[in-house]
Ligand binder design. Structure first.
Ligand SMILES: NC(=O)c1ccc[n+]([C@@H]2O[C@H](COP(=O)([O-])OP(=O)(O)OC[C@H]3O[C@@H](n4cnc5c(N)ncnc54)[C@H](O)[C@@H]3O)[C@@H](O)[C@H]2O)c1
Length: 244
């Protein structure tokens, strides 16, 4: 059985990815911060083991990869889904805001990818990084977030070049609006109720809708499959036509 290590797995897109992999017969190390929400995710399938903890530095990342290897003996896919979104222009973004966003959205995927590389080389596996539409196209008041997600795309491309010869694929996906707690929290930065805010996001999308976390998980699962072996170094929009 193949093994996936998924971060941000206690909610939203990460939880849907952990469940999609488990239901497809993968073994999953679901990493997240909230133990009770992780337990709910693990309840869905016997294939899911959990790892609860904050990811703040390379030591945490090394420990997570070591624990996954101890639990399952291999890693065939690393999914970097943990992330934070912060609105703000440069003058609104404090030193701590900048460091927090760049740390979780860019440093942590790098540290985990580095730690997982020898295992992925052995399994000829894959890395899937959850970037964003805002990693491809900046918007007003996205200075830290767009920078982190754009950096994540270039990390993806650079690692894809290094690892292609080893049979390891590295891809990023770039969702538009996805119905998760992150998007609901983003409503707090506006004058709108959550439902009104989600309606505006849907209207902004050319196909008039918001994605479900399960739709995002399906693309990640495909990128980790043998059918996608020739796809590497890409940043694939999944956004109802927004980036077109
Ligand atoms: N929801 C959207 O519209 C959308 C759009 C594009 C990209 N994304 C990206 O998708 C990914 C998943 O986001 P989501 O929408 O599922 O939101 P979410 O808030 O449900 O998930 C983010 C997860 O990251 C975890 N996390 C936060 N700080 C952490 C830390 N220090 N250590 C470990 N885990 C930490 C949270 O506990 C949470 O489980 C993120 O990288 C986000 O930027 C989301």
């Amino acid at each position: 059985m193949s093994v996936a290590l998924v971060t941000g797995a206690s909610s939203g897109i990460g939880a849907a990815i952990a469940i999609a992999f488990a239901e497809a017969g993968w073994e999953v190390m679901a990493a997240g911060r909230d133990e009770s929400r992780l337990a709910e995710v693990a309840d869905v399938s016997d294939n899911i083991a959990t790892w609860a903890g904050e990811l703040t530095d390379s030591g945490d990342c090394d420990e997570l990869v070591e624990d996954a290897i101890e639990e399952f003996g291999a890693i065939a896919c690393l999914v970097n889904s943990a992330g934070i979104m912060l609105r703000g222009d440069a003058t609104e973004t404090s030193d701590d805001d900048w460091r927090d966003v760049l740390c979780l959205n860019l440093d942590i995927p790098f540290f985990l990818s580095r730690a997982a590389t020898p295992h992925l080389q052995r399994s000829k596996g894959s890395i899937v990084n959850i970037s964003s539409y805002w990693g491809l196209h900046a918007d007003a008041r996205t200075v830290a977030y767009a920078t982190s997600k754009g950096g994540l795309i270039m990390l993806t491309k650079a690692m894809a070049k290094d690892l292609a010869g080893d049979g390891v694929s590295v891809n990023a996906i770039c969702p538009g609006g996805v119905d998760t707690p992150m998007l609901a929290a983003a409503a707090e930065d506006t004058d709108l109720e959550v439902d009104e805010f989600l309606g505006e996001i849907a209207e902004f999308s050319p196909n008039g809708r918001i994605a479900s976390p399960e739709e995002i998980a399906a693309l990640v699962l495909f990128l980790a499959s043998d059918a996608a072996r020739h796809i590497t170094g890409t940043a694939i929009p999944i956004d109802g036509g927004l980036a077109a």
